[in-house]
Design a protein around this ligand. Structure first.
Ligand code: SF4
Length: 383
């Protein structure tokens, strides 16, 4: 049981008791992640109820202490003099994070790629916050972090390791597919055999090129809102992606996990699905390996950072220019609502979802194309 939940319950108990309500028991009701929906919702199986009486008894004294501290703060004219700490992000991200670090240089140690917060805080407490100090201290050994600092400080262009990129590209082959899923994560499972919070793929976009120099082709799938999409998407994948072809995904573990789950659910399609999964290559790899870096990426290798860094002025690649759906969160929110929309709105929403997902794989094609262009000799090695 997480301490933070107990603290919440203790606070509620304290408030209610001080309002005159007699509390006879304290429980935490949480979702049972192992519950599997069998077609009829079993609330006893979906929720688990934990008696936290003993924990709350121990925590209630803290509530009083905290309220006294809050009173003192509220009475004071000055802002609290509070250093940044782990508590700013754990267990929850504090909404004042940007405000509290407003006096730090930009970028600062907190913008560094792949450094645990604990480590960043150590530098910060030692007074090493800006990139010049980080470079001068000589403690940083991570090549990618050093490159991030160097490119930010010296306004450098693009770093390219041609051999690394060439090696990655040599692992790809035609016909070459570019795959991206959209998923939703219902807390209360909607479909037979699924669990709370399970990622349910309902859409994919698939660009593909049959052979070198061949035209770029596109296929897509979007389930009917309100219906179980799993069998339909599994069948569509097997129809659209032949066995033994090279498929790319960006951050492939997500696509691989969804395909594996489909294979477990639909054993008659498992051989084909697992073959697709086993042939997926990760387009993120050359970026994560540091073979390509550009200052505009700001230390992030997500496609939403890589794409505008490589193609800063291409309106066709700008997610902001899409209508209605601009990111995965919007897609997962809109899709289940479509079933309740009037027909015209449904049409529009489906169109927007298709355009969004299509841009995801088109972006992958463009990123891959840039890597090919680099290797084919248009860019010098180095920076
Ligand atoms: S970010 Fe939040 S938790 Fe961190 S110091 Fe500021 S107010 Fe406190």
């Amino acid at each position: 049981m997480k301490a933070v939940y107990v603290a919440d319950v203790a606070y509620q108990k304290y408030v209610l008791e001080h309002c005159g309500v007699r509390i006879t028991g304290t429980y935490i009701v949480s979702i049972n992640n192992n519950y599997i929906y069998d077609g009829e919702l079993d609330l006893k199986g979906l929720f688990q109820i934990t008696d936290v009486f003993g924990f709350v008894k121990n925590a209630i004294g803290e509530v009083e202490n905290n309220l006294l501290k809050e009173d003192t703060l509220l009475e004071s004219e000055a802002e609290p003099d509070q250093e940044l700490g782990l508590y700013c992000k754990v267990p929850y991200g504090c909404p004042y994070w940007d405000y509290c670090k407003k006096n730090l240089p930009r970028p600062s140690v907190f913008d560094l790629y792949r450094m645990p917060l604990k480590k960043k805080l150590e530098y910060y407490r030692e007074g090493i916050s800006d990139y010049k100090q980080l470079k001068a201290c000589g403690k940083l050994k991570n090549e990618k972090q050093l490159r991030q600092i160097e490119f930010a400080l010296e306004d450098k262009g693009t770093y390219v390791n041609i051999d690394g990129i060439r090696e990655f590209l040599s692992t790809l082959s035609y016909p070459l597919y570019f795959l991206d899923f959209e998923t939703m994560q219902p807390v209360i499972p909607l479909f037979l055999g699924t669990k709370p919070y399970q990622q349910i793929p309902f859409q994919y976009s698939l660009h593909y090129i049959e052979s070198a120099g061949a035209p770029l082709l596109h296929k897509e799938f979007l389930a009917e809102s309100g219906e179980n999409p799993l069998r339909a998407i599994a069948e569509a994948l097997c129809r659209d992606i032949p066995m033994n072809v090279c498929v790319t995904a960006y951050n492939k573990s997500f696509e691989c996990s969804r395909i594996k789950e489909l294979a477990v659910m639909f054993t008659d399609l498992a051989e084909h699905l697992l073959n697709i999964r086993d042939n997926i290559k990760d387009l993120l790899d050359p970026f994560q390996a540091g073979h390509y870096y550009n200052r505009a990426m700001g230390g992030s290798f997500s496609i939403k950072s890589v794409l505008p860094a490589i193609f800063p002025n291409d309106p066709k690649l700008n997610y902001h220019n899409l209508e209605g759906v601009h990111n995965g969160s919007e897609a997962m929110t809109i899709f289940p609502r479509i079933k309740d929309m009037p027909a015209e709105e449904q049409k529009k929403a489906r169109h927007n979802l298709l355009k969004y997902c299509e841009l995801d794989t088109y972006a992958m094609v463009k990123v891959w194309g840039e890597l090919v262009r680099i290797v084919e000799g248009d860019t010098e090695d180095g920076d």
